[in-house]
Design a protein around this ligand. Structure first.
Ligand SMILES: NC(=O)CC[C@H](N)C(=O)O
Length: 400
């Protein structure tokens, strides 16, 4: 499967030896050239269709336990920098385990670049390879669903393919896995960083009005920045924070973050706390995993998707306004809208496949979306949801 761009180029030309392989759970072997960390990594392979923002994607903690293949062939051409990192807690590492690329990584061409992608992947322990026919791999995922796989990278090109096949076949399904403990923070902390635009003097930070406690199931940095831009004083607490810990902070609202793994597997600790907060009518806003957990807390069910949604160009309709927004997505599970209780209304829907993309409760001040309104990467169409959360807290305060 090595790409044959140079084949027949000169007499005596020999195909370079594969220095990395991906072995899928069904025994499919794809060869390529190793990039990033040397060694082996395993996880569920998903494809991401974003054309830009690979650094934000590769540092989104929601990808813990996964390997990302990009459908856009030229990944790495603008290098990497210190700013476009979405992890908050994982100093020097990432959630994602590995990456699979089509074209070789070229020299970075961007004034912000401080390092090339290959060295950056290595520094974060991400194992990868290029030279793979990622169109074929994406077609395979569309046919059969997201497979488990092992990537092995050895500069000497020595692989025990049979052992890798056995290992890939034995990996557990993502369904049932709680991966939040791998990426949540261990300490409570205050957050005060605003978004890039405000930092550069282009935007305006709203006056500080509400105290938001953000529960960190693997939170992305730009969510915390946008809550801050919207005028919130933000305190981040670990995923295991109990009801009393949260109420002691006297929140005007609670934010439920994105995160990795199967939402149904967080039912033991996270969902009961959310249920209690809802019962106390604390204004609540959830994103992605937070949306799934809010839905679970009101009695709905979540299900594993066939190929999931991972990209920066997904059309979603806000049924409350009739407007269509183009959004950033990263999820492999979804809320089954047929299981939503009578007090929960579907507010957003995917125009790609009709899947549920948002809910609001009619009897309590709470709403959530399945996609990533903070973007990073992706369009900014959905930033309005942060203002909607502030309005919800305004209303709750006025009613007190
Ligand atoms: N971005 C997220 O929060 C992902 C949520 C969940 N892990 C899923 O894959 O559906």
């Amino acid at each position: 499967m090595l790409q044959d761009h140079a084949k027949g180029a000169a007499p005596g030309w020999e195909e370079p030896r594969a220095t990395a392989v991906v072995v899928l759970q069904d025994g499919t072997v794809l060869e390529g050239y190793g990039i990033g960390a040397v060694g082996e990594a395993d996880g569920e392979v998903c494809f991401n269709t974003a054309m830009t923002g690979y650094q934000e994607i590769l540092t989104d903690p929601s990808y813990a336990g996964q390997i990302i293949t990009f459908t856009f062939p030229h990944i790495g051409n603008v290098g990497t920098n210190e700013e476009d990192v979405e992890t908050v807690n994982l100093a020097g590492s990432s959630g994602v385990r590995g990456t699979i690329l089509a074209a070789p990584i070229t020299d970075p061409s961007n004034w912000r670049a401080s390092r090339d992608l290959d060295a950056w992947l290595k520094s974060r322990g991400i194992v990868g390879l290029s030279g793979v026919d990622t169109r074929a791999l994406t077609a395979l995922i569309r046919d059969r669903g997201m497979p488990n796989a092992v990537i092995a990278h050895d500069p000497e090109g020595r692989f025990d393919i049979e052992a890798l096949k056995a290992r890939a076949a034995a990996l557990p399904s993502m369904a049932g896995l709680d991966l939040v403990p791998m990426v949540t923070g261990s300490q409570r902390y205050d957050w005060d960083e605003t978004s890039w635009a405000i930092g550069q003097g282009y935007g305006r930070r709203s006056a500080s009005t509400h105290h938001v406690v953000a529960i960190d199931y693997g939170v992305k940095r730009n969510i915390l920045r946008l809550l801050t831009d919207a005028g919130c004083k933000v305190t981040v607490v670990p995923a295991t924070a109990g009801l009393e810990d949260i109420l002691a902070l006297e929140p005007d609202g609670v934010f439920l973050s994105n995160g990795p793994g199967d939402p149904a597997a967080t039912g033991e600790y996270a969902v009961p706390v959310i249920r209690e907060l809802l019962d106390r009518k604390v204004p609540t806003f959830g994103i992605c995993l937070g949306h799934q957990m809010l839905s679970l807390a009101v009695g709905a069910r979540t299900m594993k998707m066939h190929q999931g949604h991972h990209g920066a160009n997904h059309p979603v309709k806000d049924k409350t306004t009739g407007k269509v927004e183009i959004v950033s997505m990263n999820h492999g599970f979804a809320v089954d809208p047929a299981t939503l209780p009578g007090n929960a209304e579907e507010t957003h829907v995917s125009l790609f496949d009709g899947s549920n993309c948002g809910i609001q409760l009619n009897d309590r001040p709470a709403f959530s979306v399945q996609y990533h309104p903070e973007a990073s990467p992706g369009p900014r169409d959905s930033h309005y949801l942060f203002a909607r959360f502030v309005k919800l807290m305004d209303g709750a305060k006025a009613a007190r």
